[in-house]
Design a protein. Structure first.
Length: 154
């Protein structure tokens, strides 16, 4: 998968997953990050991605791709659930997946492998509708974001 480079940052294909480190989140980062989780869990996907984008912008390191993956997952669910734009949702799920798999099984106290499975299920649901095997998306594919362990404080 080829991703465009922007402002000298690495593409997904250029990242060495063995060299990724936990993000050090400031109190402001943690507040926005947690707000994004709360909003996502309330199915306010657009607002969740806006909160996470604040954190993403403040981190130049490779590990910020995790935040970008969450943003793209939220964008995909926004398109899937709120807009019913399946092709756009699939595209965003693919982008999110390419980033989140780099951080499996857990990152920042979150069960990343669970999100990867949720994305795969959501993609299957979209294909089911697109192939005429269902009339609507089974929205039980939308997962909540929960901490497995208390996240470390920077």
């Amino acid at each position: 998968m080829n991703q465009k480079k922007s402002s000298g940052r690495k593409t997904v294909d250029e990242i060495d997953p063995t060299k990724l480190t936990e993000l050090t989140l400031t109190d402001a980062d943690r507040e926005e990050f947690d707000r994004g989780i709360r909003l996502f869990n309330e199915r306010k996907f657009w607002h969740a991605q806006e909160a996470w984008e604040q954190v993403w912008r403040r981190h130049p390191e490779d590990s910020r791709l995790f935040i970008q993956g969450l943003i793209q997952m939220a964008a995909a669910f926004h398109l899937l659930v709120d807009k019913k734009r399946y092709t756009g949702a699939l595209s965003n799920f693919e982008k999110a997946l390419a980033r989140l798999v780099l951080f499996e099984p857990t990152f920042l106290g979150l069960p990343v492998s669970d999100y990867v499975r949720v994305i795969e299920k959501a993609k299957d649901e979209i294909r089911r509708v697109q192939n005429g095997n269902a009339m609507t998306i089974d929205l039980s594919v939308v997962s909540s974001i929960v901490y497995w362990a208390p996240p470390s404080r920077g």
